[in-house]
Design a protein around this ligand. Structure first.
Ligand code: ZN
Length: 212
């Protein structure tokens, strides 16, 4: 009873992401967004014309588009393009998938690791796509609990799996840098579906495989 435990880096760049890199020659990227960010700089008491801030509105606009690109991605497409028939019934576990998201209350980052397991039902998905599904939901304004259940429900539905388990551990900068200023607290959320919900042994096997 061995799960597969590959490690996948969230820093893998996807084909289409170069458009978010500010090129030195580009002067305008998204005029409306840049105007808003310039206005925010003014309201914060800054001078958007000073040297260091001149290109900041452009950079912020691109960064925010990058960090929220999940709105334009379909997790269903990501999964369906990478599924293949395979006579596997053993649990598949992908552990320590790094993710970065933005909390919807403060638009500040929260980040950490996702651990995902599923019980195939005659079909498996390319392992890198599991990480890409995490990104498709993480790169939006989120709350961690919803992020966790969206990933689980999407995998369960489109993989047609017998069960899906998702555990996410995250540090929330809105708690670290402001508010209660608790720098070392980790928020853990989980979503258990199918066999992981109904069968304590399946759940225990998964929890054992993701333990450090
Ligand atoms: Zn927050």
């Amino acid at each position: 009873m061995t799960g597969k435990i590959p490690r996948i880096s969230a820093h893998t760049r996807y084909e289409d992401e170069d458009r978010f890199e500010p090129s030195d020659s580009q002067d305008v990227y998204d005029p409306d967004k840049e105007a808003l960010i310039r206005e925010m700089l003014v309201r914060l008491g800054e001078d958007p014309e000073r040297e260091g801030l001149k290109r900041t509105p452009l950079r912020v606009a691109k960064a925010m588009d990058f960090l929220t690109q999940g709105y334009h991605l379909s997790a269903e497409d990501i999964i369906k393009k990478a599924m293949f028939d395979e006579d596997v019934t053993e649990m598949v576990v992908v552990r320590d998938i790094e993710f970065y998201s933005l909390c919807e209350h403060h638009m500040l980052p929260f980040f950490g690791h996702a651990h995902i397991g599923y019980l195939p039902n005659g079909r498996v998905v390319g392992l890198s796509k599991v990480a890409r599904v995490v990104d498709a939901f993480a790169r939006r304004l989120q709350v961690q609990e919803r992020l966790t259940s969206q990933i689980a429900d999407t995998l369960l539905k489109h993989l047609d799996a017998k069960g899906v388990a998702v555990v996410m551990e995250a540090s929330h900068t809105c708690m670290m840098m402001r508010g209660v200023q608790k720098q070392s607290s980790i928020t853990i959320s989980s979503a258990m579906r199918g066999a992981f919900e109904s069968d304590a042994r399946t759940r225990a096997e998964f929890m054992g495989l993701i333990r450090r």
